[in-house]
Each structure stands twice: as structure tokens, then as C-alpha cells.
Design a binder for this molecule. Structure first.
Ligand code: 4AD
Ligand code: MG
Length: 483
């Protein structure tokens, strides 16, 4: 028999092949023993549920059983038997156990007890072996798969945009530089600045903050495209919603206006939630119970009214609220926390940038629903957004989610050459370097739109995890790039 002729626990739990001889492989979660029998709870990551292995000390040598400690990896062959005990329909009666990898119980950091998420972040290389992280990463996988399913079904094409670029799409100046120059002793120009002409790309280069600009080029050829890749931002934000390396999904569509764009975004988000509800039941149930447990330690008025799955169903079944920035400012101005000076940043006038406290007020307190906020002042948005007739606002769209704040940012794009160029000039964006982007407006321009969904924020919403560092396997944040 080939080494890997094993059956996954998920398959056994689907089929309960009573009477069959099978081989299981996985990691010990717990072992309970008395002198007549040992019960080993085994997990192979295929599903949250552990499978019970029953080992009879008359069949399995004592020195082997001794090594079946928490964290050890085992290969077990035996017979599937209807279970006598409550809690499982079947169990495996072991005929032979091979210890593939021991785990010294004195040293193994994961004990069969509840560890804090903070502690688990310090051992991110092992945390996927816990129930919580197993669940999170299976849900993350399902959501990534659903992204491709959704767009493929709609006839969108997946475009791989570059990770190294020479542009800063969002214009926020938060890029990581990419260079092969000797940073201690770089070549200099006659004026004394670093001579990037001698660098690898013969120009300054950085890690991309967004695939949008290249996505636009593709949309103006293939009509409907999406990107799904890593993006990098050197913003020094130590929050529960920011990463320096995160994954973004950016659909970009020719012949879409702002309303078409919002319709697509709403439909897409609901599809992802429904996909998880349908395909990740056990994991979401586990995560919901985990949250309920966490809630018990909070004061009564801070507990959420809905369980995780009800919250997801609620968002998937109800229409998002659509309001303009101007309407939002009116609501915020009149709001209690603004009048009682409870907001850290008080909303005094039109034009103010919205902080997460304002976004959360609108979503969690005022509307109690996801909100699509549109038509922001042009001063607080990127150069590529389409200018509205009023001369003050742009056809921007942010989608705000409960507990998360901004989950999507997007817009209709400025397709009119003259307006785009004059906006770029106002903002000091070099139009000569961006000739390739402007060529789309020069040749065969058309109304088009797109948006970006922060994938980790979506995984956070669906799993209910409070910190974005706990929904990506190896988080990159200021001061953290260990694993
Ligand atoms: O609003 P942003 O900056 O928009 C863009 O990058 C556009 N180019 C998208 C487009 O129109 N194609 O980012 C989009 C989303 C945000 O709404 C947020 O969900 C997520 O990306 N995001 C982050 N997620 C984690 N960590 C960060 N530092 C993030 N910055 C943005
Ligand atoms: Mg944004």
C-alpha cells in the first residue's frame, strides 16, 4: 500500500463505513487512558471534528501508546466500528499505530486547553493546529474559491496584475520600495540624489498598493475582469483592521456606471456570505459558539444581539442602505455622539473625512445594516474617480460593514481625458510617466467602473474574528514579519 492511501476524517464522517479497515493520519488533540483502553482524539485538518480512535493496550505496545501525546502525528490502521459512546456515530478500533512524528509534551507549546489569540499569534507556525484557526483557514479557502466561482460564472476574466510597479495607484505615498542598490552606498546623480537609473528597473519601483490601474487597461479590452492578489501598504496603522500585506479583489468593468458598480458589489458580497453559510456550516457553528463564549465575559450592554450566523443571514437577505456622503454628513452632524462631543473627531462641516467611529455609527447604530456611501468630496478621494456635475464630488463608493467599517472602496472612473489630466495636474501626478494609463482615455475610452474588496476584512466579517491578524496565516504589520 502506498504511504498516503489514507482516508480523511471528513470522508469518514460523511460515510461512516462501518466494518471497513482504513488508515487515518493526523495529529493527536487529546488522549485519555485507563488500564483497559486509550481514547485518542485525532484531527487531520480536513474538518473541525476530531475522530475517536480506540486503542487496546493488548494490541498496541505500551511504548507506542506513551508517544501518542498531544501534537504527535500518527498513522493508524484499524476497523471502523459503530460507537458505544455518545458524541460520535463511529470510531476507529486501532490494529496498528505508527508514530510518524513525536511531540515532546514538556516542550510542545499547544496544550489541550484554551490559549489566548495573542499567545497564538506568537506561535503562528503552530496555531493552524487549533480548532479556531483550522476553522478560520477553511472558511478563508472557501471564500477565495467562491470569489473565482462568482466571477467565472459571470464571464469575468482573472487578470494577474504586477506586484512590482512604478506607480502609486492610490497616491497615498505608502509604498514599500523595491531596489537592488546598495542602500549603504547608493550611486548618486550629479545633484546628489540617489541615481535610480542604475537600479534594477532603471527607475524607482515599489510593491503595488492596488492592481486597479492595470485592471482598467484589461477592462478596456476584455470588458469585465477581476484581479485577486496581494497588495502592500506601508501605512503605520496598528489597528485590528490594517495589514501591511493584504489580499484584494478588484473587479473592473467597461460599460458600468456607478449604480451598476454598486449593484455588482452588493450582489458579490451577498454571494460570498451565502457561499460560506452553505459550505462552511460546521466551522461557522464552531466560530459562533466561540464568539458566544467570548461575549459572556463582556458587560451585558456590549454583547451583540445576534449570533454569527444570524448576522450573516441578515446581511445576505437585506438590501444595503445607499446614501450619499452629503446625506451621511447631515445624519452625523445631528447624531447624539456628535452633539454630546463623544466622537473623537467632531463632524462640523461638509468636506470632513469620515473616521471609522463615524462609519461604525452609521452602520451599527443608525441604520443597523451595511451602507453604501457614495459621492464623496473629490479632495478626500483618488485622482481617477469620475467628477460629478456639481464640481465638488466624485462618483466614489465605499461599502461599510458592521464591526468592520470600510470593506469595499471603489468608483466610476474618470473616462474623459481633459478632466482626468487636469485633476492629475492639480494633484501633482506626473502625466508623462502615466502615458500608458492615459492612452486608454486617448483611444477608445468609455465609461467604466470598479471596486476593491479587502479580502481579510471579508474573512473577518464572515468568521467574526476581531483582529485582522487572525485571518491571514502569517500577518505582516509594523514590526512583524517573523514567520
Ligand atoms: O479603498 P482602497 O484603498 O481602494 C483601492 O485600492 C482601489 N484601487 C480599489 C478599486 O477601486 N479597485 O482599498 C480597497 C479595500 C478597502 O476597502 C479595505 O477593505 C481594504 O482594501 N484595505 C485594507 N485591508 C487590510 N489592510 C489594509 N491596510 C487595507 N487598506 C485597504
Ligand atoms: Mg478606501
Amino acid at each position: 500500500m502506498a504511504f498516503n492511501k489514507r482516508i480523511k476524517i471528513k470522508t469518514i464522517l460523511d460515510q461512516h463505513p462501518i466494518g471497513s479497515e482504513i488508515t487515518l493520519m493526523g495529529w493527536v488533540r487529546t488522549k485519555r487512558s485507563n488500564k483497559n483502553v486509550s481514547f485518542i482524539a485525532l484531527n487531520d485538518g480536513s474538518i473541525i471534528t476530531n475522530y475517536q480512535v480506540v486503542a487496546d493496550p493488548n494490541l498496541i505496545a505500551e511504548d507506542i501508546l506513551k508517544k501518542c501525546t498531544t501534537g504527535a502525528c500518527l498513522k493508524i490502521t484499524g476497523t471502523v466500528v459503530e460507537s458505544q459512546g455518545a458524541g460520535q456515530a463511529s470510531e476507529l478500533h486501532a490494529k496498528s499505530i505508527e508514530v510518524l512524528g513525536e511531540a515532546d509534551p514538556e516542550k510542545y507549546p499547544l496544550q489541550p486547553k484554551k490559549h489566548s489569540l495573542e499567545f497564538l499569534r506568537e506561535i503562528a507556525h503552530l496555531r493552524m493546529r487549533t480548532n479556531t484557526f483550522g476553522a478560520v483557514f477553511r472558511v478563508r479557502h472557501a471564500l477565495a474559491f467562491a470569489v473565482h466561482q462568482y466571477f467565472n460564472d459571470k464571464g469575468f476574466f482573472y487578470i494577474h496584475t504586477p506586484i512590482i510597479t512604478a506607480s502609486d495607484a492610490e497616491g497615498a505615498g505608502e509604498t514599500f520600495k523595491v531596489t537592488t542598490l546598495d542602500i549603504a552606498n547608493p550611486p548618486r546623480t550629479e545633484e546628489g540624489s540617489v541615481d535610480f537609473k542604475q537600479d534594477f528597473f532603471e527607475r524607482e519601483a515599489n510593491l503595488t498598493v492596488s492592481g486597479q490601474l492595470e485592471g482598467e487597461l484589461a477592462a478596456l479590452a476584455l470588458s469585465e475582469i477581476y484581479t485577486f492578489g496581494p497588495t502592500f501598504r506601508a501605512e503605520n496603522s496598528n489597528t485590528t483592521r490594517h495589514l501591511a500585506e493584504f489580499w484584494m479583489i478588484e473587479p473592473e468593468m467597461a460599460f458600468y456606471d456607478a449604480e451598476d458598480n454598486a449593484d455588482l458589489a452588493e450582489d458579490f458580497l451577498k454571494y460570498l456570505i451565502n457561499y460560506a453559510l452553505k459550505n462552511c456550516k460546521e466551522d461557522l457553528q464552531f466560530l459562533e459558539n466561540r464568539l458566544l463564549d467570548e461575549e459572556k465575559s463582556k458587560p451585558a450592554d456590549q454583547r451583540s444581539e445576534m449570533g454569527l450566523m444570524d448576522k450573516l443571514k441578515f446581511v445576505a437577505e437585506n438590501e444595503f442602505v445607499r446614501i450619499t456622503y452629503t446625506e451621511a454628513i447631515e445624519i452625523l452632524k445631528r447624531s447624539k455622539p456628535n452633539q454630546k462631543k463623544k466622537f473623537q473627531f467632531l463632524i462640523e462641516a461638509w468636506g470632513a473625512d469620515l473616521q471609522s467611529e463615524h462609519e461604525r455609527f452609521l452602520v451599527e447604530k443608525h441604520f443597523k445594516k451595511p451602507v453604501i456611501l457614495t459621492d464623496y468630496p473629490k479632495e478626500i478621494k483618488s485622482f481617477y474617480m469620475r467628477q460629478n456635475e456639481d464640481g465638488k464630488t466624485v462618483a466614489a463608493m465605499d461599502i461599510l460593514f458592521p464591526g468592520i467599517g470600510e470593506i469595499v472602496g471603489g468608483s466610476q472612473r474618470e473616462e474623459r481625458m481633459d478632466l482626468l489630466v487636469s485633476r492629475m495636474e492639480e494633484l501633482g501626478i506626473p502625466t508623462d510617466e502615466m502615458w500608458w494609463f492615459l492612452d486608454t482615455r486617448r483611444f477608445g475610452s468609455t465609461p467604466h467602473s470598479g471596486f476593491g474588496l479587502g479580502f481579510e476584512r471579508m474573512v473577518q466579517f464572515v468568521t467574526g474574528m476581531g483582529n485582522i491578524r487572525d485571518v491571514i496565516a502569517f500577518p505582516r504589520t509594523p514590526g512583524n514579519a517573523e514567520f
